[in-house]
Design a protein around this ligand. Sequence first.
Ligand code: AP5
Length: 225
Amino acid sequence: MSSQGPRVVLLGKQGAGKGTQASRVAEHYAIAHLATGDVFRAAARDETPLGLQAKEYIDRGELVPDPIVIGVVREHLEDNDRQLVEAGFILDGFPRTQVQAVELDVVLEGDALDVIVNLDVPTEVVLARIAGRRVCVQCGTNYHVDSPPTEPWWCDKCGGHVVQRDDDREDAVMRRLELYEIQTLPVIQYYRRTGRLVNVPGQGDSNDVFAAVVAAIDARWELRR
Ligand code: AP5
């Protein structure tokens, strides 16, 4: 199966900047951005059965169980949106367990992802970022206490209320980082063994990080074209 745009997985610990970079990458290549965290938050906002179920896990800093997450990704990549796979995509926040990584290979019918980018940021930096993060409840735009919206705390883009995420409380953050070590580091090792993993330092100016991410994607995607 060939694709018009790159097929990318973006990994990184909580607060590494996955959401920030994935949105820009999606725009740059005109590809779809599938963020499982965003899917769950939107479903929770709409109080759908999926959203209410996922929220119970998310607010405690736990991972949503694999069968639920895999169901959501299958729905996007397989059932509804085969065109999405063909056009290229960036996955943000999936896979984050080994079961999910293996399942992704099945969904893509064994066809290789172009590149897996691991945004590498030290834990003390992500802790500082998450402590100050504020998010629009309507459109998900990120702010920080040091760079608030023009009218605090109402979103510049859509006028929605800008608040702290429930899972950005200290106890939930510590649990999320613990689960990253236990469940997601093995996924990084899994992809490293395939030779398609690229480590990109995620600290410093966001524009510089973006340039490094695009360079990593271009280098690998070029090989497929
Ligand atoms: P999800 O929404 O994916 O959360 P996460 O992985 O914890 O990631 P974050 O959103 O905290 O951070 P990010 O890396 O996107 O960083 P961001 O760009 O916001 O998942 C939430 C929950 O859903 C999970 O805990 C789990 O329960 C569930 N879930 C989702 N997917 C799942 C799956 N596959 N399996 C099981 N459960 C799943 O940036 C962070 C902050 O830093 C922002 O304020 C940003 O403005 C700032 N920032 C970004 N880049 C820079 C920079 N270069 N310099 C300075 N500041 C920066």
